[in-house]
Design a protein around this ligand. Sequence first.
Ligand SMILES: C[S@@+](CC[C@H](N)C(=O)[O-])C[C@H]1O[C@@H](n2cnc3c(N)ncnc32)[C@H](O)[C@@H]1O
Length: 261
Amino acid sequence: VASHFAQLGPNLLRWSGPGGTFDHEVAPDVFMPSLTSEAIVEALETIDVLGTVVDVGCGGGFLSVVAARLGAARVVAIDVSVDATQLARRNAARAGVADRVSVVCADGIEALRQDHGAVDVLINDISGVPDAVATRLGWYPGGHTSAGDGITLPLRVIDGSARVLRPDTGRLVQPLGSVQFTPALRRRLDHLYSRRIAAAYRQFFLPKQQFSGDLADINALRAQGRMRLWEARGLLWWDAEVLVCSGLRRPGTGPQSSARS
Ligand SMILES: C[S@@+](CC[C@H](N)C(=O)[O-])C[C@H]1O[C@@H](n2cnc3c(N)ncnc32)[C@H](O)[C@@H]1O
């Protein structure tokens, strides 16, 4: 799938895709929108009414801007990084949606403790790539991946989503990459949501320069079944899908409780 981004200058991209055409600034210390970000846009497009959106781990604000331009009434963009939130504010203004995008510099997990049941769509694109991959890719600039095993933060956001989403209509937009331990994420999603659709799917290869030589850490994760990569055409491949989850289960009606009854 071709990217909708074109490079205009060293720190400036132009997006021509869902939500129209706008320029998007990037910065060396902030996560740059990736092909996974583009897959998340595809998932957002499947949602008829975006309403109030919370974008956890907003980086430079790309998904928040697209959500606003796709018609969201209000977007709250949250990131723990000061540089990311400053950039997200500039990007919202540049794309003409600053009036609908509020950018908050905070820990996303804490932020989800405070809001209750009024959010229509929660985007969970918080750091979720294990350090073993992120450091090789140079993702999470400055070496601060904060992702650890790649599932701890996303799992905590999934738990928080059940507190903040509207019980009947709320939706969680959840990217799952095979470099993460996806079975653990799927189990938690199944526990909390009764429906999920796979709204977007991508395959990627890992750059050979960074993924050759000593791969003991990566191979250990693969051997434990915590990371799924495959070899083809001399490269290591991974994939990602983006789920749109809905049908929040009321407490006590999860799959385990019904199995017991
Ligand atoms: C995958 S990047 C987000 C990319 C962005 N959605 C985009 O499409 O450009 C993950 C982001 O999560 C942020 N992050 C990491 N830990 C966080 C936390 N505890 N609370 C909020 N944001 C966090 C990182 O600073 C990073 O910007």
